[in-house]
Design a protein around this ligand. Structure first.
Ligand code: AGP
Length: 618
């Protein structure tokens, strides 16, 4: 996810654009840039780093701040590592056009090859630079205006985008377009000025009148003339409604949610889609992952896979162990990176190490990677931040496309990590012949249904909130799960601990009788993941054991369950899916539960005490 913003009107554009980027920085923060048009020239300033770094660079060149037209961008890299040249805005080859883009052009490579044949050269590795040159080529070929060129060019594009494009030869207009990524157009009095942005936060103090583009719509914004909204596919006019904004600035930055954590819980359906998009072709029965494909022999010949991670990422790694061993029959060990790095582990060149990290900056995980590499292991990274230290340190990897995760409590990172691990496990299973074609296809089809099932699951938020009310004053909680959902029990306990400060422990359900059952009494809420999958009758027995000791039972069950419903104090029903994919669903109610309890207790949900989003120290 990136942030784009722009201004065209009678004011100095620079303060509006740079402050707008600061308000959009939650959307992406690995590099930033602005273009200001002073009436003659377009002045471009861009850099790796944060908006503040950009600001200090521009402060040294006052001439780069002039003009009443400008566009800006704060980046969350998807193609091309974060560096100055890959930062936006990007110029076209002629230098007449400039673009900022939020999204992913999936067929950029094909388009780039065609443009190179037509004499274009490229400075960056980005898909965005391909798009601005495609627009330029169409404009030349069709001898048309910018708006028409954008419309025609986008009919050749596959992917997601929110773009703002400016042509210095026609400096009284900005063209924007949207597919899959948001764009808001702020409308000034008497059309004397216009604002464009990923959300309304950059212009909320200037105007409350806005048009939100719908998918596959574009707009030609002309000074003194107004906004013409059109359909991209056929250039037909759209009767766009001007809305009067009611949201506060703070609410807008959080997408209307009260906290980033809740926003990120609700972003999971899209994050899972974005993570498997372009990698899983369910209908064709294909999984494409360059980081695996290019090193497939390493994986197929490995004696074992060692997964190293911390915290929530470690829990995802545990799910990965169950996935790899169950599907691909590959021996797996899951290690806390902080332990692995110091316990003098036995590592050989026949080992494949998978390092999982949302931030890509966790010091213990980075150290574990370096140790594994020093002993000859092949190291594969699963990160959410493009160009992060771990992404650069590993031999290969796959990015989760969850977008920035701002809340300290990791949510969408966990489910997208499991998505990546599921794809790897399925890919290896197919290669090793340990999964039948039928089973393989069934898993792909089922994985494709998961986002909708998560979407459906999010509708139970109010029900979870009612349960949270009952148990918000507990001082100790237990989380139980079996098989694929044992790691989810651990994850649910961590979520509660870290944002509500209530002590919670996760356990394998069967482990209860080896000690923890002594804790059970009427004051002990027990959250049990009791989906009707493998060992169902065993988990039912565990639930009965708790009941007979007056424990309070909150059970996550498969829709339609009647057995556990008879015993538990509360049930949360989740859609049915394959056992191996249930963690993608059972996690969601536990995330919501910890969120609501923390809010009810008045805790700082997004920045809990003593914690940091990325633990870059030992
Ligand atoms: C999880 O909610 C915590 N924020 C924490 O345990 C986190 O998962 C851990 O620090 C690992 O971070 P990483 O994924 O960025 O490496």
């Amino acid at each position: 996810m990136c942030g784009i913003t722009g201004y065209i009107g009678h004011r100095e554009a620079y303060p509006i654009v740079i402050n707008g980027l600061k308000r959009l920085e939650y959307r992406g923060y690995d590099s930033a840039g602005v273009m200001l048009f002073d009436g003659q020239e377009m002045h471009l300033s861009k850099t790796k780093g944060k908006v503040a770094d950009l600001e200090s660079i521009i402060s040294k060149s006052p001439d780069k701040k002039l003009g009443s037209i400008g566009i800006g961008h704060t980046r969350w890299a998807t193609h091309g590592v974060p560096n100055d040249v890959n930062s936006h805005p990007h110029f076209s080859q002629s230098g007449d056009l400039v673009i900022v883009h939020n999204g992913i052009i999936e067929n950029y490579d094909t388009l780039k090859k065609e443009l190179i044949k037509r004499g274009y050269s490229f400075k960056s590795d980005t898909d965005t630079e391909v798009l601005v040159n495609l627009i330029e080529e169409v404009k030349k070929e069709e001898n048309c205006k910018l708006g028409k060129a954008v419309q025609l060019a986008l009919t050749q594009v596959v992917g997601a985008y929110a773009i703002a494009v400016f042509d210095k030869t026609k400096p009284n207009e900005i063209v924007v377009a949207r597919l899959g990524s948001p764009i808001a157009i702020g409308i000034g009095k008497d059309f004397e000025e216009f604002f464009v942005a990923s959300d309304a936060s950059p212009f909320i103090e200037f105007t409350k009148d806005a048009i939100y583009l719908e998918d596959e719509e574009m707009a030609i914004i002309k000074l003194e003339r107004g906004v013409k909204v059109r359909k991209i596919k056929d250039d037909s006019l759209v009767d766009a409604k001007i809305q009067e904004l009611q949201l506060s600035l703070e609410q807008i930055e959080k997408g209307g949610y009260d906290h980033f954590m809740l926003k990120e819980i609700y972003e999971q359906p899209k994050a899972i889609i974005d993570t498997y998009r372009g990698r899983m072709l369910a209908d064709e029965g294909i999984i494409k992952m360059a980081g695996i494909d290019d090193h497939i022999e390493k994986f197929l010949n490995a004696d074992r896979i060692i997964i190293v991670a911390c915290g929530t990422s470690w829990h995802a790694g545990l799910v990965g162990e169950y996935l790899f061993e169950d599907m691909a029959r590959v021996p797996v060990e899951v290690e806390y990176a902080s332990e692995f790095r110091y316990r003098n582990p036995i590592i050989t060149s026949k080992d494949v190490v998978i390092a999982i990290s949302q931030s890509g900056e966790t010091a213990d995980t980075l150290a574990a990677i370096k140790l594994a590499k020093s002993k000859g292991a092949f190291v594969f990274g699963v990160c959410n931040v493009v160009g992060s230290s771990i992404a650069r340190e590993t031999h290969a990897g796959a990015y989760t496309h969850a977008g920035p995760e701002i809340g300290v409590a990791s949510t969408k990172a966990f489910t997208t990590q499991i998505t990546i691990l599921s794809l790897i496990a399925l890919k290896l299973a197919k290669k090793r012949g340990t999964l039948s074609q039928t089973a393989f296809h069934m898993y792909l089809q089922e994985l494709q249904l998961i986002p909708n099932k998560v979407e459906r699951l999010l509708q139970i938020d109010d029900h979870v909130k009612e349960i949270a009310k009952v148990y918000k004053d507990a001082t100790n909680c237990l989380y139980l799960g079996r098989g694929f959902n044992f790691p989810v029990a651990l994850e649910g306990a961590l979520k509660l601990k870290e944002i509500s400060y209530i002590h919670a422990e996760g356990y394998p359900a069967a482990e209860m009788k080896h000690g923890p059952i002594a804790l059970i009494d009427e004051n002990m809420p027990v959250f049990v993941i009791a989906t009707n999958k493998g060992h169902y009758e065993k988990i039912v027995s565990n639930v009965q054991e708790i009941k007979s000791r007056n424990g309070k039972i909150i059970a996550i069950v498969t829709e339609g369950d009647i057995v556990v419903k008879e015993i538990a104090d509360h049930v949360i029903e989740i859609p049915d899916t394959e056992e191996a994919l249930t963690p993608l669903l059972t996690t969601v109610p536990l995330q919501l539960l910890s969120y609501h309890i923390a809010v009810m207790l008045g805790k700082n949900v997004d920045q809990p005490r003593n914690l940091a989003k990325s633990v870059t120290v030992e």
